[in-house]
Write a protein that binds this ligand. Structure first.
Ligand code: GLN
Length: 232
């Protein structure tokens, strides 16, 4: 049965490069845990959506100004964000970790950051964490819009370290992105799908219902295994 022309197509904002949650495959198609979770939920709950690859901070701002209907971008459910957004049930546990260039054996803890530059992504938990300890450890923050620019700044040696989400850095390091993690991860929030406060209530309900179904039928675990390996 063809969809009626008036059927709502939800606009969903996301980050540009945040593998294994959202990234482009060799054909330019958006893939990853968030992308495929959204597809599977939309199929299960029978709704249509379009992905807008805006960058993390831009996606969050677009949601705040109602230019998109929702955001899925490895977005942490923080108390501060809960003032502005309604979140789905949590679907992935995360946390921030520090990485340095793989050949750097000088910087192994936060004390070693003294007088140095540290790359972070604007508007993220990693940024907030770096900001919270920057004066204590005496480092300067260099902000970027996406994770790949942030990693490049560490690889070229302008910044000695970066802070990003643990599962993303762990995945990147495994793909030989030129970095290595050197600290334990900081306690972080879980990821959730977000809509503007009081808006798109039915979309949030469908997301939660779909997530529950995909957890029950094992599809969600299969998706995690696909990107993170078994025992993820
Ligand atoms: N989980 C982090 C946050 O919500 C980073 C998300 C991202 O960079 N896409 O702030």
């Amino acid at each position: 049965e063809a969809a009626p022309a008036s059927e709502k197509v939800y606009q969903i904002g996301t980050d540009t490069t945040f593998a294994p949650f959202e990234f482009q495959d060799v054909n330019g198609k958006y893939v990853g845990i968030d992308m495929e979770l959204m597809e599977a939920i939309a199929k299960d709950q029978n709704f249509k959506f379009e992905i807008k690859s805006l960058g993390f901070n831009a996606a969050v701002q677009a949601l705040e100004s109602n230019q998109v209907d929702g955001v899925i971008a490895g977005m942490s459910i923080t108390n501060e964000r809960k003032q502005k957004f309604d979140f789905s049930d949590p679907y992935f546990d995360s946390g921030v970790i520090m990485a340095v260039r793989e050949d750097n054996n000088e910087v192994t803890n936060y004390e070693d950051l003294k007088g140095k530059k540290v790359a972070v992504k604007t508007g993220t938990e990693g940024y907030t964490f770096a900001e919270s300890v920057s004066s204590k450890y005496g480092f300067t923050i260099v902000p970027f819009d996406d994770s790949s620019q942030m990693y490049d700044d560490v690889k070229t040696g302008n910044s000695v370290a970066c802070f990003d989400d643990y599962p993303v850095l762990a995945y990147g390091v495994k793909q030989k992105n030129g970095l290595k993690t050197v600290t334990d991860k900081e306690k972080g929030a879980s990821y959730g799908f977000a809509v503007s406060k009081g808006q798109n209530k039915e979309l949030l309900e469908k997301f939660n219902a779909g997530l529950t179904n995909l957890r029950a039928n094992g599809e969600y675990q299969k998706l995690l295994d696909k990107y993170l390996g078994k025992n993820a």
